[in-house]
Design a protein around this ligand. Structure first.
Ligand code: URA
Length: 431
């Protein structure tokens, strides 16, 4: 088999066989196919697409290019969740302790922030001492003992994807539905998931800007799940405005703790309860969505979800006194409430702009490996559709860098559009 023949076949819109896909993935992972041929192939896939069967074969080949984890000796049904990324998306911090408190063990390997989307590991590191580098032995022991793990990737999962993604990033081949779907799904499958809830975000602060694209991605991932024998439930949720009110690491952890204590913003709580219910159904802990939902609500109301989060923090070396007294967490040196300059109804809170502004404050990274400033970010006080009067708080900025603060503040102010006419609220879920 020759790489060039596989490229030509895709260029001519023919369907690749499983053997051809296996060969291509195996050899490019081993470095036997040069980057220019892999890039050319990726462009052919971007332009000509892949069938569901090809996408599934690509997913499985990439999933098996490194370690494939198996926790079936510890958990009957390994259920994972994945969000395609957004602004203010601290869902895992709420959902995982909630479902674990309902008796569904969850061990999750999360990532760091990328671009304007935040990452769970950065948020958790706001809690002093919290370790995100558990060994595989520690991971398994903790999953068995307390039924919850939230850490970084320790095993070498899907190295083919890491290699292909790095090339896609610099060759204009990221926005291909089969390549994105296989990239996400191969990591879930390599991580040992039997079933997964996929939260596909759409809007100005998401990867998929339109509902149509979000739907295509959700369908592609469901098709892979079906062909690969994994149960997949997908939701398409809004990311035109930030989820909840907090954007920034410490601020988001504090909001998640509020929600685990039964408070927090209504949209964030609602989103988290919905995702928890989906996971409980997939994990066969609840017979249906309504039962899953009431189990999740009970775990919040009786404090068991909050207690599970404390257990998680303690097990991973974090200082639990910060969970009990979030006021101890890092604070920014400049905290300023910015008022609305006119009265009306909130028409837009551009999530992408708020996310970019948070990165400029230091909450995220301009490039891989940069440090993050955990204390900085925003509290966005109003949601689309809300009435606001001139002078009332629009958002609060938490900044440490006086040089960038004025520009960032102006950017977030401009991300808000206030209309003279009433505006309907945005839905939380589209599908
Ligand atoms: N996230 C991934 O893991 N892969 C992609 O290709 C896009 C988003």
């Amino acid at each position: 088999m020759r790489a060039v023949d596989i490229i030509i076949k895709k260029r001519e819109r023919d369907e690749l066989t499983r053997e051809e896909i296996d060969f291509f993935v195996r050899d490019f992972t081993a470095g036997a196919i040069p980057d220019y041929q892999v890039s050319s192939w990726a462009m052919a896939v971007l332009l000509n697409g892949m069938t569901d069967r090809e996408t599934k074969d690509l997913t499985m080949a990439m999933a098996h290019s490194g370690d494939v984890l198996d926790f079936s000796h510890l958990v009957d049904i390994v259920v994972d969740k994945h969000s395609t990324g957004g602004v203010g998306d601290k869902t895992s911090l709420f959902v995982l302790p909630t479902v674990a408190a309902c008796g569904l063990p969850v061990g999750k390997m999360s990532g760091r922030g990328l671009g304007f989307t935040g990452g769970t590991l950065d948020k958790l590191e706001s809690i002093p001492g919290y370790r995100v580098n558990l060994s595989m032995q520690e991971f398994e022991k903790q999953l068995k003992e307390i039924g919850i793990v939230l850490t970084g990737q320790s095993a070498e999962l899907a190295p083919a994807d890491a290699k292909l993604y790095a090339l896609r990033d610099v060759t204009g081949t990221v926005p291909s539905i089969p390549l994105i779907a296989s990239s996400i799904m191969c990591k879930k499958i390599a991580g040992g998931a039997h079933a997964m809830v996929l939260d596909v975000k759409t809007g100005t602060g998401a990867f998929m800007q339109t509902l149509e694209d979000a739907r295509k991605l959700a369908q592609a991932m469901s098709a892979i799940g079906k062909l690969a024998g994994r149960e997949v439930r997908t939701v398409i949720s809004d990311m035109n405005q930030p989820l909840g009110e907090a954007v920034g690491n410490v601020l988001e952890v504090r909001e998640a703790l509020d929600a685990l204590r039964g408070g927090g913003p209504a949209d964030f709580r609602e989103h988290g309860l919905h995702m928890s219910a989906e996971m409980l159904v997939l994990g066969k802990k609840a017979a249906d969505f309504a039962e899953g939902r009431s189990m999740a609500e009970k775990a919040i109301a009786d404090g068991s979800a909050f207690d599970k989060f404390r257990q998680l923090v303690r097990a991973q070396g974090g200082d639990v006194s910060y969970v009990d007294d979030p006021d101890k967490m890092a604070k920014a040196s400049m905290v300023e409430v910015v008022p609305a300059t006119k009265s009306g109804w909130i028409q837009q809170v551009h999530a992408g702009e708020v996310g970019e502004a948070a990165v400029s404050l230091g909450a995220g990274r301009a490039k891989k490996g940069d440090p993050v400033d955990h204390a900085v970010g925003f509290i966005i006080h109003r949601k689309v559709g809300d009435r606001i009067e001139a002078g009332q708080p629009l958002f609060t900025i938490h900044a440490n860098n006086a040089a960038v603060k004025p520009e960032v503040q102006a950017r977030v102010a401009a991300a808000h559009v206030i209309s003279d006419e009433p505006v309907p609220p945005l839905p939380l879920f589209y599908e």
